[in-house]
Design a protein around this ligand. Structure first.
Ligand SMILES: Cc1cc2nc3c(=O)[nH]c(=O)nc-3n(C[C@H](O)[C@H](O)[C@H](O)COP(=O)(O)O)c2cc1C
Length: 351
């Protein structure tokens, strides 16, 4: 397994880098319109974009979404640059799946990030389906401990597994395994998709499992069906990847569908968020945090400074959106349906 999991992580990175269409560029947030204020009656300098997440203050509701980890210098560099930038800008960061560290002990280094990110929110990551394939509670604790994580992302990726020739597709009774895990862990468990969205039925199950936070990770940006298809053109499952590359629930639609659950669960939005205006729309639709993955990959391969530049640009855009909505505090826009314009005739942004 070790070789396979580590090799697959590298293949994923290369495909995301080389195949522009693995980002589906659907720009679903372009169909969401907010109520612009011509007379905001506030000073831009007074706009405070900070939020609290898992008891820690963030400079704005930004999460560097889970991407990578493994036994390779490039992967270590990417994670350390992301973590250093997350600390310098006070945003949250998730690491990629830590499954690899159980079969490849040298991969642990890529998840040891507290020396460069001593104070900010760091989130561990494991595939939920692995609970049906031998992942134990102790292994989950180890993944949290190596990162000294504030929480554990358990990812749900049925489409990705179905599009892999070697995929782990037994999701049977997985909610029972998740509920058992939630009961014993000392940190919060956050369920996330990886780019196909979370439905109302999923959220009902999550609540029954005792989950208090869900990342909808919807369709619109990175497509795992597409990435798996690019990995393996010679297999019948490759066709599955091609046909299902746009399958799923677009991120803003997932947020709308889950609106009535906001008082019981915190929602994270990711999947196709590409700028601070998309972020503001996601927050108005009820997200308490906005995640981006793919846009951070190239700057992370370059330097922590390059990642900081991207984050600072996003923060400026997000603060501008707050100003134009007449809000000095994030609570004034979060889940505020009154700020939504009914704009079913919205067009699509051209890449
Ligand atoms: C290169 C890459 C690797 C990823 N690896 C993981 C992973 O290991 N675990 C996970 O939960 N999500 C993973 N994701 C999914 C992201 O965390 C995110 O939910 C999804 O890509 C949507 O965001 P985006 O459109 O901004 O890329 C990965 C995404 C990318 C681009």
């Amino acid at each position: 397994m070790s070789d396979t999991v580590n090799k697959r992580k590298l293949e994923h990175l290369n495909i995301v880098r080389d195949d522009a269409m693995s980002d589906r560029q659907k720009f679903y947030f372009d169909d969401v319109h907010l109520t612009h204020r011509a007379l905001p009656d506030i000073d831009l300098a007074d706009v405070d974009s900070s939020v609290t997440f898992l008891g820690k203050q963030l400079s704005f509701p930004m999460l560097i979404s889970s991407m990578t980890g493994g036994d390779h210098d490039e992967i270590v560099t990417i994670n350390r640059n992301l973590a250093e930038a997350a600390e310098r800008t006070q945003v949250a960061m998730g690491v990629g799946s830590q499954r690899v560290m159980f079969s490849e002990p040298r991969a642990r280094e890529s998840f040891q990030l507290r020396d460069v990110a001593p104070s900010t929110v760091l989130l561990a990551n494991l595939g939920a389906v692995q609970l049906n394939y031998g992942l134990t509670h102790d292994m989950c604790r180890e993944a949290i401990s190596v990162l000294d994580a504030d929480g554990l992302f358990l990812h749900l990726n049925p489409l990705q597994e179905a599009a892999q020739a070697e995929g782990d597709t037994n999701f049977g009774d997985l909610s029972d395994r998740i509920a058992d895990l939630v009961k014993v862990l000392e940190v919060p468990v956050i369920l996330k998709e990886v780019g196909a969205g979370v439905s109302v039925a999923d959220l009902e199950l999550a609540l029954r499992c005792g989950i208090g936070c869900v990342d909808v990770a919807g369709t619109g940006g990175t497509s795992w069906a597409r990435i798996e298809q690019q990995r393996d053109f010679d297999n019948v499952t490759s066709d599955v990847g091609a046909v299902f590359q746009d399958w799923g629930i677009p991120t803003p639609i997932a947020l709308r569908h889950l609106a009535s659950y906001r008082d019981r669960v915190s929602l994270i939005a990711s999947g196709g968020i590409r700028n601070g205006s998309d972020m503001a729309k996601a927050v108005v639709l009820g997200a308490s945090l906005c995640g981006m993955a793919r846009p951070f990959l190239a700057p992370a391969a370059e330097s922590a400074d390059a990642v900081v530049r991207v984050i600072e640009t996003l923060r400026q855009q997000f603060r501008t959106a707050m100003f134009l909505l007449g809000a000095t505090r994030v609570e004034q826009i979060m889940g505020q349906d009154a700020l939504l314009l009914d704009a079913s005739n919205g067009g699509s942004r051209k890449p």
